[in-house]
Design a protein around this ligand. Structure first.
Ligand SMILES: *Cc1c(COP(=O)(O)O)cnc(C)c1O
Length: 357
């Protein structure tokens, strides 16, 4: 605290990301990064953009990242005017909160969800109401169809539960809230969920957010995007162009285009994670864990006889990082990212050792 801080800054409760350790040889299963490297075509695109002398870096990038919007539009069979791109989907979400969710009525999101949503509400002074998930951690769409609201935000699959919401439920929510923007954060959709992007053709209030951080192995590049009606996209462009004209650098734009176009590599990398996930669920179940159904690149698991915080600490001693949330309803769960085959094996071995099984 300092006398120079504005009242806004004093009142902020910033998001705390999962640890990015500086020490080597840790098995990182705490921030849902992809175990595979990104598409080799993305790396080749970065090298080509750099050239021999990097002279192109003298020049600003395309402020509109038109090549990337075109690649995304083609991949999802929408028009480029339906695509917004930003510096990671966190930035895209931030612009969405400011441009489309700040209204008289409180916005709605689940009580257990991505913990950045309430942070944006704090930053922009947006009133919000948390809608409790059912006891089995599923979302009942009817809970979002009764209350007047200033907007709705749902992660699908949900984070940190991994629970998928079927498309008819999303369509029901969009149709029941014609006066509100319904944001579907599909950070993990490529690991088994069903994308709501096709629904944006029928619902002008539906906005779908994606990231290249998870399923395209590019968390370090910082690229995210939103797809929806051109009027929604225009609102985001207005905020973006009042904030930072060049959120995506030259290397990010070319690498993201190449990654989006490399469908074959992408599909194979997703399949690998899904197969590892199912195997890990089976192994942890054998060790007595209760694991929620997951359509994401992580699982959410608890052990009926072992405290989750103690398990996380014991794993850390064995140089394995997982995520534990000190939060009502989920404090006995661990969120575990799907790592490589070797990572999953090391995790299972460590847990077997810790549990004395
Ligand atoms: C990881 C994640 C994001 C942020 O992704 P970036 O594109 O890396 O900023 C957004 N929403 C959810 C639910 C996430 O898990």
């Amino acid at each position: 605290m300092s006398r120079f801080w504005s009242q806004v800054v004093r009142d902020l409760t910033p998001y705390v990301p999962g640890e990015q350790p500086k020490i080597a040889n840790l098995i990182k299963l705490n921030t849902n990064e992809h175990p595979c490297p990104p598409s080799p075509k993305a790396l080749a695109a970065i090298r080509a953009e750099l050239g021999d002398d990097g002279a192109r870096l003298r020049l600003y990038p395309d402020p509109n990242a038109d090549l990337l919007k075109a690649a995304i539009a083609k991949r999802y069979a929408v028009a480029p005017q339906q695509v917004f791109v930003g510096n990671g989907s966190d930035e895209v979400l931030a612009h969405i909160f400011m441009a489309l969710l700040k209204h008289e009525q409180p916005i709605l999101f689940p009580d257990i969800s991505y913990s950045f949503y309430p942070v944006y509400c704090g930053l922009y002074g947006i009133d919000h109401r948390r809608v409790p998930l059912a006891d089995d951690f599923s979302i009942d769409p009817e809970d979002y169809c009764r209350t007047p609201n200033g907007g709705i935000v749902i992660a699908n699959p949900n984070a940190p539960t991994g629970y998928p919401l079927p498309l008819p439920a999303i369509e029901r929510i969009a149709a029941a809230n014609p006066a509100s923007v319904v944001v579907i954060d599909e950070a993990y959709i490529d690991f088994g969920g069903e994308s709501a992007i096709p629904l944006t053709a029928r619902h002008d209030n539906l906005l779908v957010v994606h990231t290249l951080s998870k399923s395209r192995s590019l968390a370090g590049l910082r690229v995210g995007y939103a797809i929806g009606h051109p009027d929604l996209i225009e609102a985001l462009e207005r905020v973006k162009n009042s904030f930072n004209s060049y959120p995506l650098d030259r290397l990010a734009i070319v690498a993201a285009v190449a990654a989006i176009e490399d469908e074959e590599y992408f599909a194979q990398a997703c399949r690998q994670v899904i197969a590892s996930r199912e195997q890990l669920i089976a192994r942890l179940s054998q060790l007595g864990f209760a694991v929620l159904p997951s359509a994401a690149n992580f699982i959410f698991a608890r052990h009926p006889r072992h405290d989750a915080a103690a398990l996380a600490a014991a794993l850390r001693q064995r140089r394995i990082l997982v995520r534990h949330f000190k939060q009502p309803r989920i404090e006995q769960f661990l969120r575990i990212s799907i790592g490589s085959e070797a990572d999953c094996q090391a995790l299972t071995d460590a847990l077997r050792d810790i549990l004395g099984a």
